[in-house]
Design a protein around this ligand. Structure first.
Ligand SMILES: *Cc1c(COP(=O)(O)O)cnc(C)c1O
Length: 415
């Protein structure tokens, strides 16, 4: 290949200039792979030079329905021409139908519309505490919430207060009190942590950021049983696990578990804009009265129109079916590749966390090599690579991605 000798001429490519600008002018909160995306469609990303990549990350599950899904784009385009933002000072003609359709999809009573995932988590913490004081009778200022070690619930000061990830947590104090951490997947530890002041247990049904950690069978059902017995709310953070990713609408559905509050985000915005929600029973969400919580952008008509398109897709059951079918092939393919240098393969549906044998290299190195093979995936916590392609990925694309991973593992072993 004839690559231009960049260093000799001193002339940077368009792509290098764009990377340099991002690195010079944005706070360094990420260390992106060296790909500058200019366009995307379905499961394919195209960079500024026209190279194509398979998207095996899908915006950490914000793009479950792929890039530019026609139904989502059509809903967004139509709404852009009508009205995009009203504030909640007046009603708009999208929020009511969106809320109804989402509640019908999930078999729940009501929803609270927010924007980002972290806001949904914050909102649920407020609702659970208020419910604890007003309905359960917890003494003022004493409410506690049980969370799991290895959790990821977002980046706000309260949420990072109960993160045990050192990078996420360190030097952001003083921290919000009122949280008790127990090991994820250990029912006895969780049960022992419940006190008369516990208002909620907040869990990811499958821990995403921690490396797609699936708890032991029966764990979620056990958590549901003991929280119900003790009058404690179960809050399921389905922001990454929900909306089809695992092959069911919600990850909790696999265990036949019904939470008191569900947190949704990421894919709820159809890959177009941030849309999140707290969904649950009226008995709990009705603790919020006018003026007691809110959001300038939450429930805006553009978000409502996009959210309705997303709910419409899920109501057909097609994304869930695709996640089950493609997910089966993904996990079968990963099992075949495991002897090449994977020390663990976890996951459910079209979602996997794979651990790279440290003798081969790091997760980051694996992802950098995947880029050279035309696949985008992202490492998390050292050795783990998270695979979460859009649910619209074709069989052929999935095979190509698996073949690329095989080639990368062979290349790392051969070094
Ligand atoms: C991404 C994520 C969040 C935070 O969502 P943001 O939109 O980034 O604020 C919260 N919980 C879980 C499980 C997530 O994966």
């Amino acid at each position: 290949m004839n690559h231009a000798p960049v260093q000799c001429t001193g002339r940077a490519t368009a792509s290098q200039e764009l990377v340099a600008a991002a690195e010079r002018y944005t706070a360094r909160t990420y260390s992106p792979l060296e790909v500058v995306v200019a366009r995307a469609h379905g499961a394919t990303l195209t960079d500024v030079e026209g190279h194509e990549y398979l998207d095996f990350l899908a915006g950490y599950s914000a793009l479950n329905f792929g890039h530019g899904h026609p139904a989502v784009l059509a809903a967004a385009r139509a709404q852009l021409e009508r009205v995009t933002l009203t504030s909640r000072a007046v009603h708009n003609d999208q929020l009511g139908p969106f809320a109804r359709e989402l509640c019908e999809l999930l078999g729940q009573d009501m929803m609270l519309p927010m924007n980002t995932g972290a806001e949904a988590v914050e909102s649920a913490i407020k609702v659970a505490r208020k419910w604890g004081y007003e309905r359960k009778g917890v003494a003022p200022g004493r409410a506690r919430i049980v969370v799991a070690a290895g959790n990821f619930h977002g980046r706000t000061t309260t949420v990072v207060s109960f993160s045990d990830d050192d990078d996420a947590h360190r030097n952001y104090g003083p921290y919000t009190p009122g949280f008790d951490t127990v090991p994820f997947g250990d029912l006895a530890a969780l049960e022992a942590a419940l006190t008369e002041d516990t208002v909620a247990v907040l869990l990811e049904p499958i821990q995403g950021e921690a490396g797609v950690i699936v708890p032991p069978p029966g764990y979620l059902a056990g958590v549901r049983r003991c929280t119900a017995e003790r009058g404690v709310l179960l809050v399921a953070d389905e922001i990454q696990s929900g909306l089809g990713r695992t092959g069911r609408t919600l990850a909790c559905d696999h265990e036949g578990v019904e939470a008191d509050l569900y947190l949704l985000g990421k894919a709820l915005g159809g890959g177009v804009l941030p849309v999140s929600a707290v969904v649950g029973r009226a008995e709990v969400l009705s603790v919020l009265r006018p003026g007691q919580h809110g959001s300038t952008f939450g429930g805006n008509p553009l978000a409502g129109a996009v959210g309705r398109a997303v709910v419409g897709l899920l109501a057909t059951g097609e994304p869930q079916r695709a996640a089950r079918e493609r997910g089966e092939r993904l996990h079968a393919g990963l099992a075949e590749l495991a002897p090449l240098g994977l020390t663990a393969v976890r996951g459910r549906g079209l979602w996997a966390g794979i651990d790279i044998d440290p003798r081969l290299g790091t997760g980051r190195e694996c992802c950098e090599r995947l880029v050279a093979h035309g696949v985008i995936a992202k490492d998390t916590h050292g050795a783990t690579v998270r695979l979460s392609p859009p649910l619209v990925i074709t069989e052929e694309e999935l095979e190509r991605g698996l073949a690329a991973l095989g080639a990368v593992l062979r290349g790392m072993a051969a070094r």
